[in-house]
Design a protein. Sequence first.
Length: 424
Amino acid sequence: MSRRLLATVALTMMLLTFTLQFPTIVVQDGPGIIESGTYTGSLTYDSFPIDKMGCHYGDGDYYGIQLGWLDMVSLTLDVPHDCDFDLGAWCEVPGHTHPAGSENPEISGPWGLGSDEELSFGVLDLYAGHEGVYLIFVGAFSGSGSYTLTVEIERVKEITESGTVTGSLSPGTELDWLDCYKVQLQEGDFARFTLDPSSTLGAELEVYCREHIPAERVPGHEDHWWYESRGVGQTGTVEITGGSVPHDGTYYIVCRQWSGRGIYTLTSVIDRTPPSITGVSYSPQRPQPEDTVTVTATVTDADSGVKTVTLLYSTDGGAWSSVTMTPTTGSTYSATIPKLVDGTAVQLKVSAEDNAEFTAESAVQSYTVKALIFGLEPIVFYGLIGGIVIAIVLLLVFLLMHRRVPPVPPTPPAAPPYAPPPPP
């Protein structure tokens, strides 16, 4: 068996081992799964060629890298001036068929003796965007010597809640002109993304769900894609309101440079909850027919913000009337109920809606309009008067029954009957 055939068999077995043992990758003269960093190696051109990227290489090193959807990589290969080393990368996802296959990988350039090689790519670009292991190959086309491979990986950043992130975009590699983010949304959520570039940067904003990826499409889920592009330095916003979030899943936000360079601010608003209504009260507490009643409430919404606050009231069990509440100080809103006749039973509650179209209502409170006498309800007033009268009568009776009667002096004894004096 020829040495060429032996080399081919050995390479085939190596690649088969690489595929079957993922993610523990067995590679030739190189590490397995790698991250951002600098890697060094040496290649020696000999008589056992390796057929890759349409060329014959005398020696080669393989590196495996795990990438997710929209992760991006920049590779730089520094080679000796008297060597011609090439750099390439391709997808090695078990069970996936990629159009170009490993026979037509992503290849760096320019080629030439002593030329450094540069290559950048993202999962979006390389063969239908399969997530998984990508193979990086450094091959010796001529010469022998040491090389330095610099790997820079930019992972998709996660957005979990409302907030602001900053970045910069400029022409160049994908790491320069693309920034990618992802967020988990549920059907019915509200999401708004605002891209605010500096005056020297023209940028566009894309938002789409994971099912936009053909390889990841879920049966019954359609493609959903939102796009906003403005002039240089102009702000763009993509808003996915309540009912428009089509389904649960991963949604991707892509900030892309199309002109100039500069920094940007990406503001995300993720709203899943209705506004909060607290401290509902009315004044005066005991309304009379001549009083208008002022209702106040504290309404807050930390995510999308409060849109409207409405006072609802009904009289004697009738239909609800609405009055728009206006902000007074901070998060306090107020409105008034007009004067009502004596004896009217009133029910009231406060309703609020935020900018995500979520609504909330407070508990129902009630009061009855009553005319007062000296600040007291008539029944209380007259009851009090009656009580006072009764108390006075009882007191008089008590006093009469217990007053002191002066004692009757004793009757002196009756004088004896008159008898003439005895005769001298």
